[in-house]
Design a protein around this ligand. Structure first.
Ligand code: NDP
Length: 487
């Protein structure tokens, strides 16, 4: 009478995932460490509380927990990312049998997962590093699950993981094998980065409507509601409508009472750091991360506001066409953000030999997760086309969309700049778009400067790519060249 799977870590995610598994007919063993000084009785509380009467079996002894699971054992860890995962693995290794499978469903750094896959396999075990998105609600009712690592584990864990995943509107589970090593966690990291971008973009649309059109919260909610019926239909637009309409106990709109200081836990930052490591632009997400940092400097902004721009230019936009322009800015910038994110995934895939299927990744995100939206279908279609586009924005459908959106988008950014209203993500996206669409950029001067002061060499327009030259700019430099790196 062994169980189908074991789950370690009964905090918010673990508890809900265990309940989700049980509701799909799986028999689940659960374990949480018991450490003096740390909250005790976690297992008992769960088993006598939400798990009461269900096929969930609690253990406080790790050996007994492991022995309760049918071979090959599948053990999902939902513990705090970082050293707890390594500590747990060390405790588990002596208790496991060859072929047993460890699944790390936490928000681990993909490089840690690379390392853990190698370590577990060296001991005869299999290791799956899986991104899980959707928070508490997704964990209980269906998450977006992004597993990667030891591919041999996939047929074993697939029925369980797909059963607890969200279903996309066409019924497909939002859980598919991503690729080897830490690719599942890398994809989850980029998902979180894109989430940062989407949230900042929606916030900028709100800010323009509020400050330049003087719309009320209800009027703005109606605009977002309308957008949620079209191409922008998504979870984040939907909750924005609800947030704008929400009143607190005293009957006031709560949104107007919430301090404009946003926090962050680090996955946006990781996305940007890794994009930089890969030499890839991810400006929109970087902007979103930096805007959260600047928002948190509330005191500084309050004093700077009175000193730097004591009197704002007076601009009021009162025509309906401005709503269309805000839509254009929001939709076009969102496309830029996803194009940048998927380009980073492609580069990571090429660099690490992961062979990621970008269409499949887009489909994984259609349900269960925070960035779920209808337009991920269009992205999947674009990557699945016979001639895969070199860049998402060069897919015929998106290329046409961008051309249609550009007039409204640039008018909106120009107007916001004149009105001294920050729209950093809209404008970052627009600048990226202009740079991308420029066959010539002033990087010739940058490269000349690099060669002038550091002998970093340059390629020439009139010779084949890959040949590097150094100029003796001042007449008294030497001929020694520095190594050239292009990314
Ligand atoms: P936490 O990230 O708060 O982790 C708490 C759990 O980790 C507890 O069960 C805790 O045990 C256990 N733990 C901590 N240190 C150790 C250790 N050294 N050895 C063994 N167990 C340890 O819980 P969440 O449920 O929020 O998240 C779990 C994972 O899922 C994290 O990686 C998180 O980033 C990720 N995640 C979270 C989401 C969310 O919305 N919360 C969404 C998606 C992913 P104890 O009770 O004894 O302290």
């Amino acid at each position: 009478n062994k169980t189908h799977i074991g789950l370690i870590g009964l905090a918010v995610m673990g508890e809900n995932l265990a309940l989700n598994m049980e509701s799909k007919g799986w028999n689940v063993s659960v374990y949480n460490r018991t450490v003096p000084g740390v909250e005790e009785g976690v297992v008992e509380r769960f088993i006598n509380g939400r798990a009461k009467g269900k096929n969930l079996h609690g253990f406080t002894d790790l050996k007994a927990f492991v022995e309760s699971i049918a071979a090959p054992r599948k053990i999902m860890m939902m513990v705090r990312a970082g050293s707890p995962v390594d500590e747990l693995m060390e405790q588990l290794f002596p208790l496991l049998s060859p072929g047993d499978i460890l699944i790390d469903g936490g928000n681990s750094n993909y490089e840690d997962t690379n390392r853990r896959v190698v370590l577990a396999e060296s001991k005869g075990f299999l290791f799956v590093g899986s991104g899980v998105s959707g928070g508490e609600e997704g964990a209980l009712n269906g998450a977006s699950i992004m597993p990667g690592g030891s591919v041999k584990a996939w047929p074993e864990v697939k029925p369980i993981l797909q059963s607890i995943a969200a279903k996309a509107p066409d019924g497909t589970p939002c859980c598919e094998w991503v690729g080897p090593a830490g690719s599942g966690h890398f994809v989850k990291m980029i998902h979180n980065g894109i989430e940062y971008g989407d949230m900042q973009l929606i916030a900028e649309a709100y800010w323009v409507m509020k400050n330049l059109m003087n719309l009320s919260n209800d009027e703005m909610a109606n605009v977002f509601d309308g957008w949620n019926e079209g191409k922008l239909r998504s979870y984040l637009i939907e909750i924005t409508t609800n947030i704008l309409r929400h009143k607190d106990k005293s009957g006031d709109y709560l949104i107007d009472k919430i301090l404009d200081a946003a926090g962050q836990k680090g996955t946006g930052k990781w996305s940007v750091i890794n994009a930089m490591e890969l030499g890839m632009p991810l400006g929109l997400i970087a902007t979103a991360v930096f805007e959260r940092s600047l928002s948190a400097q509330k005191g500084l902004r309050v004093s700077a506001a009175s000193q730097l721009i004591p009197q704002h230019a007076s601009v009021t936009l009162d025509k309906n066409e401005w709503i269309d322009r805000i839509f254009s800015a929001l939709y076009a910038s969102k496309l830029v953000s996803y194009a940048q994110g998927f380009a980073v995934l492609q580069r990571a895939s090429d660099t690490f030999g992961w062979q990621l299927n970008l269409a499949s990744v887009a489909r994984l995100w259609r349900g269960g997760c925070i960035i779920r939206s209808v337009f991920l279908n269009d992205i999947a279609d674009a990557f699945e086309a016979a001639d895969k586009p070199e860049h998402l924005l060069l897919a015929p459908y998106f290329c046409k969309e961008m051309q249609t959106l550009l007039p409204g988008w640039k008018a909106l950014v120009a107007q916001a700049m004149t009105a001294e209203l920050p729209v950093p993500a809209f404008s970052s996206a627009l600048n990226y778009f202009y740079s991308l669409a420029s066959s010539d950029l002033p990087a010739n001067l940058v490269q000349a400067q690099r060669d002038y002061f550091g002998a970093h060499t340059f390629e020439r327009k009139d010779t084949a790519r890959g040949q590097f030259f150094h100029e003796n700019w001042t007449g008294h430099g030497g001929d020694t060249q520095s190594a050239h790196t292009m990314c």
